[in-house]
Ligand binder design. Sequence first.
Ligand code: SF4
Length: 460
Amino acid sequence: MCRTRSDDSRIGSVSAASSGPTIDGQYANSAALRAPRRRSAGSISRGTSALSGRTARTLSESAMDGTPQLVFRRQNMSGSSGKQSQRAHALLAWYDRHRRVLPWRAPPGGRTDPYLVWLSEIMLQQTTVAAVGPYFAKFVARFPDVRALAAAPLDDVLHAWAGLGYYARARNLHKCAQAIVAQHGGKFPDDEATLLTLPGIGAYTAAAVAAIAFDKPAMPVDGNIERVVARLYAIETPLPAAKPQIRELARTLMPPARTGDFAQALMDLGATICTPTKPACALCPWMDICLARARGIAEELPRRAPKAERPVRHGVAFWAVRPDGRVALRRRVEQGLLGGMIEVPSTDWREATWSEPEAVATAPFQADWRALPGQVRHVFTHFELRLVVWTGRVQDDPRFLWASLDELSDHALPSVMNKVVRHALAQVGRAAPPMSPLRKRGPRAINKEAGVPLARGRQP
Ligand code: SF4
């Protein structure tokens, strides 16, 4: 059950009798809510220092419905807004001392650039801060603002994105930049509703940009925030079923001011203190009000429903080499997975393995194909791909791009295709594949084993 603001009205009657540490003067004078302070040079310190002073707090649970409740016993603050302020103050005070320095984050008191916030949030979907860092720097150096990004050819954008995966995001990034220039004069909208109308901006990104870049009352809930809130309230419902409840609880935590800092503080708390394993509760500004810590189950939360096994798809990639040593590439269709990216031509990727005649019939060239030993494996979000690579000498065909081996890195090849390139080069080197004698064979599955025999290709 979600805890709402109205729930707070009945918390007092069931709070534990014992008194806890008290809250110091910084809550009474609202310093943390008024202005960010400079980050101290010191290392992370014990968060409980923020929870001492005049106002006592206790931790309890509702005796009426079992819903976890965080309870503050009021002395100098009143009602649910007082409790909310105490939590927010504790976290913001911690954030002001220990915030992470990130390339897209403005220094305390500095101006936040919505372009950098938006770009970082898109890049950070499905990957980590550490992984994004070098890509972000390269991307911003190449496209320093939204106008530069909008004016760039899509290929340049895809190329700068290569390695981050999920290329639909890069295409939408480009479309979004163009929409911001065309429809908003190059200025980011500052409200969630308008941000949501832009390509590639969903509920999370709209809330993140509105809160972080414009300090609007919005609460983006990423994996870090999800974990902190699930533990703070000891939410036992497994994810993803618990997501709506966690989102609602996160919203109730949000203070009336410094909403962007508050969201980033929650993110930082999850990334540095409330980590997936071995959370450093002794350093946490919320350690005294955290229900999961009190119950000794912090490391078990959030619970997750068992994952369905990832399905496997199979395909054949054709490493087709012209007499001058150039290799055939082509652009994938705009829609769908890796849309618009450059690829080594391949069959469809399907659940069934490909028999030799089937793959030959699908090959884009007539050639004496030779299957290279081994497979290329690549894990996408929803399936694992296993590609067998065939190589063959082919004649020129203007429908394809022809790249010398030195030019391959100039193309926006997605990670899976870079694996195909590496696999082919490791097997055949930089030389053109040798001509192979033909063999007549009946159909058989080709993806199940390494070392596939020769096959004669046909014109598609
Ligand atoms: S689990 Fe530990 S680190 Fe996480 S919110 Fe609770 S006290 Fe803080």
